[in-house]
Write a protein that binds this ligand. Structure first.
Ligand code: FAD
Length: 314
């Protein structure tokens, strides 16, 4: 095992809006952050989408990968050091924290900001990823606006699915909720709201069997009745998948306090975790808002918390 020679002021784990914003602020505070951006997911969730229209400052919208490249360049301009690798081990106890990269090298720092995000659950169907941002979405708040007068399917039976379906009726011509079971899991009030909406219909005991594509966009769906196995075509050009999301906290289980769903607990409104010197920001903490701007905002808060923590050490 090799060891980095120096003890850094701060290590940031994650290169989404939370990680890059934390890197920008700590770099401008001359803390020379070392940022681990992941081995394959550099730039985070927004690199998997096309147009982002709700990040302030871009009135014409901006491509997700371009937005993330800009954030990275801005942090690098002030001295953030980027390593596009995964952290596979973390020892966060003690005054000096250690994290290990995939080559087995140990890196040390007085503080760590965890910004590893969360992943939307997928259906696991062919073309699902390829059509992300081209008819397939996991976020109605992000993409609903692009689906004006379209026929949309929402997959899921929980509160999120009902919320997404109800929200999407503002734009869509029709919304079909596809759910594998015969009853919904959503709270009664959310169910009632969805049932009362003329634009929403329900396909129970049903799953998506196939995603169809034409000219690089979603061109329809094949539904399967899970009881009879019968399939049918559905003319839809929007598919919103609302079957949940999982925080990337495997590495921190048994180390950081997590909530029942595996999200890192912080002493809100600060970003402090249960371990002094360890802070968490972005979607790995937040299962409510899950937007680039809220992730960036908490990355900023984590950087300011780190500054204060370090200042108190001297
Ligand atoms: P993420 O962006 O998920 O970044 C997490 C980072 O952690 C990644 O860089 C990953 O590589 C890294 N990482 C994870 N584990 C490790 C590890 N062990 N070691 C090192 N690095 C690690 N929001 C909007 O506001 N507007 C939109 O239009 C919009 N569209 C979206 C479209 C899609 C398809 C998706 C999936 C999301 C969209 N969102 C949108 C939501 C937004 O992308 C997220 O809320 C935001 O990216 C969360 O930022 P984050 O920094 O917390 O995490």
């Amino acid at each position: 095992m090799t060891q980095a020679d120096d003890v850094r002021e701060v290590i940031v784990i994650g290169s989404g809006p939370a990680g890059y914003t934390a890197a920008l602020y700590t770099a401008r505070a001359e803390l020379k952050p070392l940022v681990f951006g992941g081995a394959i997911f550099v730039g985070g969730a927004l690199t998997t989408t096309t147009e982002v229209e709700n990040f302030p400052g871009f009135p014409e919208g901006i491509d997700g990968p371009d937005l993330m490249a800009n954030m990275r360049a801005q942090a690098e301009k002030f001295g953030a050091e980027m390593i596009d690798d995964d952290i596979v081990e973390a020892d966060l106890t003690g005054d000096i924290k250690s994290v290990t990269d995939t080559a087995g090298t140990l890196h040390h720092a007085k503080t760590v900001i965890v910004a590893t995000g969360s992943g939307y659950r997928k259906l696991g169907l062919p073309r699902e990823d390829e059509l992300s941002g081209r008819g397939v979405s996991w976020c109605a708040t992000c993409d609903g606006f692009f689906f004006r007068d379209r026929d949309i399917v929402v997959v899921g039976g929980g509160d999120t699915a009902m919320e997404e379906a109800t929200f999407l009726t503002r734009f869509a011509r029709s919304v079909t909720v596809v759910h594998r079971r015969s009853t919904l899991r959503a709270s009664q009030v959310m169910q009632n709201r969805a049932f009362a909406d003329d634009k929403i219909s329900f396909a129970f005991d049903t799953e998506i069997a196939e995603i169809k594509e034409s000219n690089g966009t979603l061109a329809g769906l094949v539904l399967r009745d899970v009881v009879t196995g019968a399939t049918r075509d559905l003319d839809a050009t929007g598919l919103f998948i609302a079957i949940g999301h999982d925080p990337r906290t495997e590495l921190f289980k048994g180390r950081l306090d997590l909530d029942d769903n595996g999200y890192i607990k912080v002493a809100s409104p600060s970003t402090r975790t249960n371990i002094p010197g360890v802070f968490a920001a972005g979607d790995v903490v937040d299962h409510t808002y899950r937007q680039a701007i809220t992730a960036a905002a908490s990355g900023c808060a984590a950087a300011l918390d780190v500054e204060r923590h370090l200042a108190a050490l001297v």
